[in-house]
Ligand binder design. Structure first.
Ligand SMILES: *Cc1c(COP(=O)(O)O)cnc(C)c1O
Length: 453
């Protein structure tokens, strides 16, 4: 009989709750602070932007939060996401390591982001909100939120980072197919946007400021964020909880190495937090690895401090690894990894030593993605290729040392709309991956406010 390489779950094995890592951490992460007063933010500070259920999830200490029935119904359309044993890549790499890939590319928008877009739209809808604003980088989050809003007959307005708007027109079209409206950021429609000259390449920090400004001023609108915040990471734990169960079905007693890419930190957290729970509670010893781009080295070269999440200083100060809120990363193709900060919860577990950060250059990541495509047949998103490249490093090391680790890779999305980037790679002219110099880094870090705490 042919060996089983794809692992699914029965309907009664599907997670019914999201998992909150805060409940199992020995030390709590630092609280967010009000950008004006520098006092811890209370729920009242957030009500202009988010519905009450999401604010509650942002601060909860409960270990498990029930997934609403209506959200489980949508999840059931595309989940569980498959866990795939990458046998053909293993053969190519000549390894005895067992490589498993948790593939989120089969979701409606082609990435993990739908997992949080749907509950965010749902909670807003049941609170009478019919209009959501947001930012998007490469376009995956805008796509996911547009789809979620269309499910609930809501308007979705997306400020897209200028550089991506100019170079990825197909993403914009996809957002529009799902019913969303796209603005190039910085735009002339907001005060935050007008602070920059027209044609500026933009950044996620600027786009966030614009979307927040619009939502805060309109009583019928709220804002939705695709990463970074606790409630977003919480929703993504559906990924890791499924993977833990699927790995068991594959006959494994656990993982030795779990690897994800990290931009704002949501797919990484979603995958690794359930494995971190096993480390903390059950004494398991999986190595958890977070991979970022060398040109946006937030965790490996940034500072761990309170900083603004956006350029205009409208959103709360968060204690996190940051390159400085004015940092404009070089225009690498993994647009989803170009954020100056890292989720406070991910920053906390990295700072506490539970998760190892590494930074990789763009070329190595595309090389791994192409090799993976030619063996497994899946074209990974440029973001996800960072996890593949790190996995390859681990495999080559294991081959040398004669070990046979079980490796789980988070494949956060597909790259079918980034074929332009693959085209550049294949022609040998990938651009934009400039190494950040120590001087540039120091200048950028000097914008981090000095705040005790
Ligand atoms: C947005 C995105 C990322 C980066 O965001 P995180 O919050 O760090 O997960 C990674 N991969 C894909 C495919 C994305 O769309």
């Amino acid at each position: 009989m042919t060996e089983q390489v794809t692992f699914h779950l029965e309907p009664d094995e599907r997670p019914t709750h999201w998992y909150n890592i805060v409940a199992d951490l020995p030390t709590p992460p630092a609280p967010p602070l009000h950008p004006g007063t520098h006092q811890p933010v209370g729920p009242d500070d957030l009500t202009a932007l988010f519905p009450p259920e999401l604010i509650e999830q942002e601060v909860t200490g409960e270990r498990y939060v029930e997934i609403p029935e209506a959200v489980q119904e949508v999840y059931a359309q595309y989940r569980p996401a498959p866990l795939i044993r990458a046998r053909k890549w293993e053969e190519k790499l000549g390894t005895k390591a067992r490589i498993y890939v948790k593939y989120e590319g089969g979701s409606p928008a082609g990435s993990h982001k739908v997992n949080t877009a749907v509950p965010q739209a749902y909670y807003n809808k049941i609170n009478g909100i019919n209009r959501l604003t947001t930012e998007t980088g490469a376009g995956q989050w805008g796509t996911a939120l547009s789809y979620a809003c269309s499910l609930y007959d809501m308007t979705c307005e997306v400020w897209q980072v200028g550089h991506s708007f100019d170079t990825k027109p197909q993403r914009r079209t996809l957002i529009e197919v799902f019913g969303g409206k796209v603005y190039r950021s910085p735009s002339q429609d907001t005060e935050s946007g007008r602070a920059f000259e027209e044609g500026h390449p933009g950044s996620l920090g600027i786009a966030i400021s614009e979307a927040v400004e619009v939502a805060a001023a309109a009583p019928d609108a709220k804002y939705a964020l695709g990463s970074v915040l606790n409630h977003v990471l919480l929703h993504q734990t559906i990924i890791g909880q499924e993977a833990v169960k699927q790995l068991e079905k594959a006959g494994e007693t656990g993982a030795d190495i779990v690897i994800g890419c990290a931009g704002g930190g949501s797919n990484l957290a979603g995958l690794i937090f359930p494995f971190l729970r096993e480390n903390l509670v059950e004494g398991k010893k999986a190595r958890l690895v977070a991979v970022e781009p060398a040109s946006c080295p937030t965790m490996t070269r940034g500072t761990f401090a309170y900083d603004f999440g956006d350029t205009a200083g409208l959103v709360p100060l968060m204690k996190m690894y940051t390159l400085g809120h004015d940092f404009v990363p070089s225009p690498i193709h993994a647009g989803g990894l170009r954020y100056h900060g890292m989720a406070p919860l991910v920053s906390h577990v990295v700072h506490e030593g539970y998760v190892e950060p590494v930074a990789l250059a763009q070329d190595e990541c595309f090389a791994a993605a192409v090799e993976f495509a030619r063996t497994q047949g899946i074209v990974a998103a440029p973001e996800s290729s960072h996890a593949l490249a790190q996995a390859k490093r681990e495999v080559l090391k294991a081959n040398e040392e004669g070990t046979e680790p079980v490796i789980v890779i988070g494949l956060s999305g597909y790259g079918l709309l980034e074929l332009g980037a693959f085209d550049s790679y294949l022609k040998g002219n990938l651009s934009g991956d400039s190494q950040l110099s120590d001087e540039e880094l120091a200048t950028s870090l000097s914008t981090v406010p000095v705040i005790e705490g």
